[in-house]
Each structure stands twice: as C-alpha cells, then as structure tokens.
Design a protein around this ligand. Structure first.
Ligand code: SF4
Length: 240
C-alpha cells in the first residue's frame, strides 16, 4: 500500500516541473510589439549618428568609434576623408602617419592596423567596393558582427542582424528580451524576438534610447515611452 501511494504522488510533481519551463514573458510577441511602438513614438526617424557619404566611409567611422564617442569620430573624419578619399588611398597610407591622423579616437595603433588591412582587402579582393554580405564583411580586418551590421544595415539597407553595442546589450537585458550577456547570443535572441523588417531601425532606436533615456547609471524612467512594459529592477520609477 505504502509503495503505491508514493508512486501516485510522484506524477503531479513531474507535471508541475514541465509547466514552469515555459518561455518567459519578455519576448511575448504582443509585448515586443508594444516595445517597438514605444520606440517608434520616441524615435520615429532614428538613424546612425556617424557622419558618412558612402559605405566605405561608414566602415572607417565605425572602426574608429570603438571605445570612442560618435561626436569625437565626427570631428576626425572630415579631414581624414579629405586626405584619404578612397579605399586605395587608405590601402597605401603610411601606418605611422595614419596613426597620428586618428590618434584622438584612442586605441589608434590597432585602429590604424584594422583600417589598413580592411582597405587593402577591399581593394585587392572586392574591386574597391565594400562587400554586401555578412560572410564577406567578416573577412575584413577589424570587422566583427557589430560593425558589419552597422554598415550592411545603414549603408545598404540589408538586415543582416541586430547591432549589439553596450546600449543595446544593457537595454535588451533590462527589457527582458534576453537573459544572455554574450553579445553574439544577445543578437541571436533579439533576431528571434524582433521581426526582421525591424532589425535596422530597432538597432538605431535602442542605441538612441540608451544614450538619451535608458542610461546606464540612472535611467530616466519617468520620461520613458517603454515604462509601462518595463519591469526592470533598475527602474528609477515604477507604476507596477
Ligand atoms: S522604464 Fe527605465 S529601465 Fe525601463 S526601459 Fe525605460 S528608462 Fe530603461
């Protein structure tokens, strides 16, 4: 008798465990739609803040923007692009001279190396044109998925993924769109949660949202259009 009672009690426990493994509420499509609507309301025409006139200039500006503000990059690039107007000019640049030209953006030795390497490859392998696929972009020196997504999305309108910079990383965690901390995994989560036709605009909007509203140290939650759908523990104001 005792044996059969223990067996009958075990079944409901297993069923309860299965139920709690259901997906979280963060990426529910109706909630994601509300997040997208809130971003549209706040930033209807969000775009890349790096000044550029073509895909190659955007590539160089994006490489320079690592660990540097867009404002600083935008101060350096006008003279830089006057001095080196095409990939060919960059490809044959004197490394020491290029380093000095971009010195104020920080990490200038590595950045000069990346710019020279990427420019040479663009000239030698891609006929002087920035390639239009993620696979080819990733063969360029100093280019990882973040930079490739910026260039493909902004310059060519190709939705290859979601740009995951420090702002996107922080906000997608606060909005419970991901539980991951690795940018590659965060990007995969966002690509699953957000419709593909929104990837490009969504990236720009989240970056702007991070700069102006959902700031790292003290988010301005009372001004936030996502406040009603946000249940982050970092909130500085709560209507929940
Ligand atoms: S409510 Fe606050 S924490 Fe949530 S997204 Fe808005 S600014 Fe960020």
């Amino acid at each position: 008798m005792a044996k059969s009672t223990a067996k009958s009690k075990a079944k409901p426990k297993a069923a309860a465990k299965k139920k709690s493994a259901a997906p979280g509420r963060g990426t529910d499509p109706r909630r994601v739609r509300k997040i997208l609507d809130g971003l549209d309301k706040a930033f209807p025409a969000a775009e890349c803040a790096l000044h550029h006139q073509n895909a190659f200039q955007l590539l160089i500006a994006t490489i320079l923007s690592a660990q540097c503000t867009d404002e600083r990059v935008n101060k350096v690039t006008p003279d830089l692009f006057r001095k080196y107007p095409t990939p060919r000019h960059f490809a044959v640049a004197d490394p020491r001279e290029l380093e000095q030209d971009i010195r104020s953006t920080g990490f200038y030795r590595n950045k000069a190396k990346s710019i020279l390497g990427a420019s040479k490859r663009i000239v030698e392998e891609f006929g002087g044109q920035v390639p239009r696929t993620m696979e080819e972009m990733l063969t360029l020196s100093g280019v990882a998925r973040k930079t490739a997504n910026v260039v493909l999305g902004t310059a060519f309108g190709i939705a290859s993924g979601v740009v995951v910079d420090t702002h996107v990383q922080r906000i997608s965690q606060r909005l419970d769109l991901t539980k991951n901390t690795d940018p590659k995994k965060i990007e995969q989560d966002l690509m699953q949660a957000v419709p593909k036709d929104r990837w490009i605009l969504f990236s720009h909007q989240l970056i702007l949202h991070g700069r102006r509203v959902c700031q790292a140290r003290r988010p301005k939650c009372t001004e936030c259009t996502l406040e009603k759908v946000c249940y982050s523990k970092d909130k500085t104001y709560s209507s929940w």
